[in-house]
Every structure is written in C-alpha cells, then in structure tokens.
Design a protein around this ligand. Structure first.
Ligand code: ZN
Length: 400
C-alpha cells in the first residue's frame, strides 16, 4: 500500500526545491557542523537527502518557543533544532508538539494553554514567513517544499489537553483543535487521559467509553490517532476499532530495547495491517537498554523539568554513548517486521535528553540517509522512510 504514491516523489521531480542547491557546499557545511568528528556525507547522499521530502513526526521544541522565548528563526548552539539547522538537515516538515505538563499546570489551563502554544507556533511561522509556512495536508507539505519553504504542522500530545469540561465540551475542544489545523492527537501521555491508559502507569487501562467517542470524532475530523505513550490495552482496543491509518509518532522497537514506550513485534504487524506507520524515536532512552538503566536515577530528578533544563542536567554526566548504528538497527527491525511502507521518523528532539552520537541535532539528518544506504537500502525505500510514508498516512486521513 502506498508505493505508487512514494514513487511520485522520486528524484528529479524536486527541481523547485533543489534549484539553488550545491551539494558539495552542503557537504562541507555538514562537515563543519560536526565539529570534532569531521564526518563528511558524500555529495550523492546529501543531494539525494536534500531532494527527498523529509518529515519529522515529533519535536518538543514548542516548549522552548513558548516558555523560554526561544527564537526558532536563528541558529543556536544549544537545543536540537531551529530553522537554519532544519534547512541544513534537509528537513522539509516538522510536527510541532503541543504539550502541557499535567503536573505543573492547573487542569483548567490545559486546553486554553494549548491554544496559546498554537498561537506561539503560528507567530514563529509568521515571523519567518519567507522560510517556513504552516501546513495541514500532504499536498501543502509538497507545495511548500517545491517553493523552497519548510512546513510547520501541529500535533497535540496527550488526550488530557481536551480538558477541562464535560465530554461534549471536550469533544468541542477536539473540533477546535481540528479548526486550528491540528493533524494528530496522542491519546495519552505519561499519565492516563480521559481517553485511556499510559505505558508509564502500573495499572494498564484500555480505551474508555469516552475514548471511543473521541476516536470516532477524530476520524471524522481528519485528526490522526497517535498511539505512542498509549498503554498496551489502549493500543489494542484502538487498533481493533480504527478505520483510518494511525501512527506511533515517536516509538522504537521493543524487541531491541525493552522500554514499554516502544512497539512490540505484534504491534508492528498490527500497525502494518492498519496501513499506518511507526516513527522511530531517536532518543537514547528508547534505543538502548544500557543507557536507560544507567540514567534511571537521573530520570527521577527530571520530573516536571522543561526539556532544556533536562538536557543541561544530562550534559554534565557520563552516560553510555549510543552510536548512530543503534538507531538504524531499530529502523531495520521496524522494516523487517512491519514492512518498508510503515516506518517513519519521530525524532523527539528538544524533549529527550540525549541522542545518538553524530545525530545530536536536526542539521545532522543526512547521516541517517547515508547510513541507510551503506546498509544497502534502495533510494525508493529511503524516500518512504524519510517522509513518503507519513505523506501517505496524512493524505489517507484527509478524505473524510
Ligand atoms: Zn512524548
């Protein structure tokens, strides 16, 4: 499913997007950005990567923009993403996560503050309108890329953000999110929501009766169901019910790393059958068991911290290094079990504390293309993983 669609974005059809690109210059630029590592992506891989439509399903940089006044339009040394580094990394479309921490913010503020975060993303886009534009659909992402602009999309992380209110009021909030252009809702976060349970909780709740109403309304509105963070019973309840392709926007393989947030092989097979996709999470926490065990103690300290505080805390520690190859091992496993039409990228940049060596920020994304090619993956497959599959899932949720 979807292979013809992906073929539509083959190389050579991106002339608008790559008009003024000089691959060699970009290669040198990427080399400089790597600092001490001096890693140079080949001109061919870089050219291919820049021509492909690359989409990241999950970044929490919105928190920095909203709480810290982080200027996304200029280059920074800290954080994991900004517009100049997005361009350098060939990232065409970024889903900005809308998130309100349920333990730090009063419940009555969940929905109102989410709307303010959407305002903040829109204001950032308006301030940088020659380089980035809001997008809601697969076609808009393509049109922006052809015009040489990045795309900003919205995803809401956590069903608790529909609160406060009665069930009907919460369903109205869902419609309000859709009207603002929100394209996915993560049904629960690290705490359960009125919709269903979370992987982070001992008691594993499935889909609630209200959750059933929410899921049906989401499919009507074209808001994609996101099951990252969802408890196992929630995932299975929803997958049985879903009529549209769904996503896990930031989850890796549970077979390779036993974090409950990751997807088991049975889940991968079920997502493939549903026509959806699993977007691999870049965080060391979800890639490597040794790293996760070694960082357990720190994890307790970071509760309620903003991502940038978390990252500062981790930066001063010596935790196991996780190579880029570990991430690509996860991609290979997802492809082996789910099939190449059902794998995508969900970096978790500006939320997770540490990333694989060589992929510390969004500017480094071409190394991922290079590593996939080194392992023998075809142009067509790489293109699907970089963005083609997400375009298909987006489009499939648009015809309602
Ligand atoms: Zn998350």
């Amino acid at each position: 499913m979807g292979s013809n669609l992906s073929l539509a974005f083959r190389r050579g059809q991106f002339s608008g997007k790559v008009q003024d690109m000089r691959p060699i210059a970009f290669a040198l630029l990427l080399c400089c950005a790597c600092g001490s590592q001096k890693h140079l992506v080949s001109a061919r891989d870089l050219d291919f990567h820049q021509r492909a439509i690359v989409i990241d399903a999950h970044s929490d940089v919105t928190e920095a923009i909203f709480y810290e006044g982080y200027d996304f339009g200029v280059r920074h040394q800290d954080h994991n993403s900004d517009l100049p580094r997005m361009r350098e990394g060939g990232l065409d479309a970024q889903f900005f996560s809308i998130f309100v921490h349920p333990e730090s913010v009063d419940l009555h503020e969940f929905f109102p503050q989410s709307m303010k975060e959407i305002d903040a993303v829109e204001a950032m886009v308006a301030a940088n309108s020659s380089k980035i534009a809001m997008a809601r659909t697969a076609d808009q992402i393509k049109a922006n890329a052809f015009a040489g602009k990045a795309s900003a999309l919205l995803g809401v992380e956590g069903g608790h953000l529909l609160l406060p209110g009665t069930e009907d009021e919460q369903l109205q909030h869902l419609r309000d999110f859709a009207a603002r252009g929100v394209r996915y809702l993560t049904l629960s976060w690290s705490s359960s929501s009125p919709i269903g349970g979370s992987t982070a909780e001992g008691e594993q709740e499935g889909l609630t009766p209200f959750g059933k109403r929410v899921v049906a309304e989401m499919e009507k509105l074209g808001i994609i169901i996101d099951l990252s963070h969802g408890s196992d019973p929630l995932l299975w309840d929803v997958i049985r019910l879903a009529r549209k392709p769904l996503l896990l926007t930031h989850s890796s393989s549970r077979e390779l790393s036993h974090a409950p947030r990751n997807a088991s092989d049975a889940m991968l097979t079920a997502v493939a059958r549903n026509g959806g996709a699993v977007c691999v999470d870049f965080s060391r926490t979800y890639l490597d068991d040794n790293f996760r065990k070694a960082s357990q103690a720190l994890l307790q300290k970071t509760k309620g911290m903003h991502p940038s505080e978390k990252q500062k805390l981790y930066a001063g520690t010596t935790l196991p290094a996780v190579p880029l190859s570990a991430l690509v091992d996860h991609i290979d496993h997802l492809v082996r079990i789910a099939g190449v039409d059902h794998v995508c990228l969900g970096s978790d940049y500006d939320s997770a504390p540490l990333f694989p060596v060589g992929l510390e920020d969004v500017s480094k994304l071409p190394v991922l293309t290079e590593e996939m090619r080194k392992r023998g993956r075809s142009d067509e497959d790489i293109e699907k993983i970089l963005g083609g599959n997400l375009l298909r899932v987006l489009a499939a949720n648009e015809d309602h």
